[in-house]
Design a protein around this ligand. Structure first.
Ligand SMILES: *Cc1c(COP(=O)(O)O)cnc(C)c1O
Length: 398
């Protein structure tokens, strides 16, 4: 028998606020009724606010973030098109695999898992691509496997400096809605996310921001697509309708989640994620452990991947936290299995919740064989959490 709640500190699915759960508890609806569409229009317009786009179009598919990747690729690119991307974690690896499966010619820059997107190397390759062979650049904004955030503004600058016309694809699954994301300012052509991370919802919606340039590209791209066809969505979405049965429950949850986000404000949300993350990073430092992120300047504000000492299997830390303390920590993915565990600090969270995660992690680390002083990480985080709240620049854990 497990008493109390399962403390969910995985970087998705994230905690769904009670008010969002309640909002989804509604009877089934007639999705063709004359008054159904009007209720959905604000979802599209408010998702544009989340992505910070006025020029772009938002689309929603039943699916997850991975489905959004597929929709983005198949609608705008053609088999054989060259795409430039870095492989520096589990999600960028999966994205590259999907691109290969869909027949793209993937130019990969392989990096250590813990590095960020190599803006200078991208700039060099884009400048060298005189004949415009590269049709798209893919960037994983927040590599959830390693806890690393990359600079989208930097990649945009590299494209602009090279006067390169490639489409800019951004996987924002674990960044959009929680850390700064500016689709228009950064010239993002395809912004990809899902409902179960920053948007504080259950899984089930794949969400896309599509620039006018990407819509143009979709008119001539020849990749095969059927379910994910943009033009079908664009026929129905302007009236608030969908070409196929939408998950109506999720649409109600999304309305409530967006209300919460608009009330808190996007800058405040980003500042809160930074503050909570700074506390977690201070704890890691106090424990004498290292993050997977190679440098504090690229450390993610939504997830921290923590290396265990070589003698300690990170899976044990996760198992103890779960079995003994009813607390879910994120696992090390792919080659990081056993070497890394993750604390997700994304979505509907506050200081007290993060302190619980840190206190439990201390006990799990100690039982797994890491020598540390109880309370050291908690105290380090408390020092940050108890400081007056400002929305000032990010607090780096040096
Ligand atoms: C979770 C995640 C995905 C995959 O999304 P699903 O919703 O599980 O399909 C892709 N990219 C990143 C960065 C993620 O964090």
């Amino acid at each position: 028998m497990r008493t109390g709640i399962n403390h969910l500190f995985i970087p998705g699915p994230t905690n769904v606020p009670e008010s969002v759960r309640q909002a989804m508890n509604v009877p089934m609806q007639d999705q063709r009724a004359h008054d159904f569409g009007a209720g959905n229009l604000s979802l599209f317009s408010d998702l544009k606010k989340v992505m910070r786009t006025t020029a772009g179009t938002v689309m929603m598919f039943s699916g997850s973030g991975t489905g959004s990747w597929e929709a983005a690729i198949t609608n705008t690119l053609s088999p054989g098109d060259k795409v430039l991307m870095a492989r520096h974690g589990h999600f960028s690896t999966l994205w590259a695999e999907m691109a290969t499966r869909l027949g793209l010619d993937v130019e990969l820059v392989d990096l250590a898992w813990g590095a960020a997107t190599p803006v200078n190397e991208f700039a060099r390759r884009l400048a060298a691509d005189r004949h415009g062979k590269i049709k798209a650049v893919f960037v994983t904004h927040n590599e959830t496997a390693t806890g690393v955030t990359s600079s989208i503004a930097g990649v945009r600058a590299a494209l602009d400096t090279a006067m390169h016309d490639a489409l800019l694809f951004v996987d924002g699954v674990s960044s959009i809605g929680c850390i700064e994301f500016r689709m228009d300012d950064w010239g993002v052509d395809l912004a990809v996310t899902g409902s179960q991370k920053g948007l504080m919802m259950p899984a089930g919606l794949g969400i896309l921001g599509v620039s006018p340039k990407a819509i143009e590209a979709s008119k001539t791209a020849t990749s095969r697509r059927a379910y994910f066809e943009f033009s079908e969505q664009m026929k129905h979405n302007p009236g608030g309708y969908f070409p196929y049965t939408p998950p109506t429950q999720l649409l109600h949850g999304l309305r409530k989640a967006l209300d919460r986000m608009l009330e808190e404000g996007f800058d405040t949300i980003a500042a809160r994620h930074n503050r909570l993350a700074s506390g977690v990073r201070a704890a890691v430092q106090a424990w004498g452990l290292e993050t997977c992120a190679e440098h504090p300047s690229i450390a993610s504000d939504t997830v921290t991947a923590i290396k265990t000492p070589a003698s300690v299997d990170a899976r044990e830390v996760i198992r103890i936290a779960y079995d003994r303390y009813n607390t879910s920590l994120g696992s090390g993915l792919g080659p990081l299995a056993g070497k890394v565990f993750r604390i997700g600090h994304i979505g509907d969270l506050n200081e007290g919740m993060c302190l619980t995660a840190l206190a439990v992690t201390e006990m799990a680390l100690a039982e797994a064989g890491v020598s540390l002083t109880y309370g050291s990480g908690v105290a380090a985080a408390q020092t940050i959490y108890a400081a007056p709240i400002t929305n000032a620049a990010r607090v780096a854990a040096e």
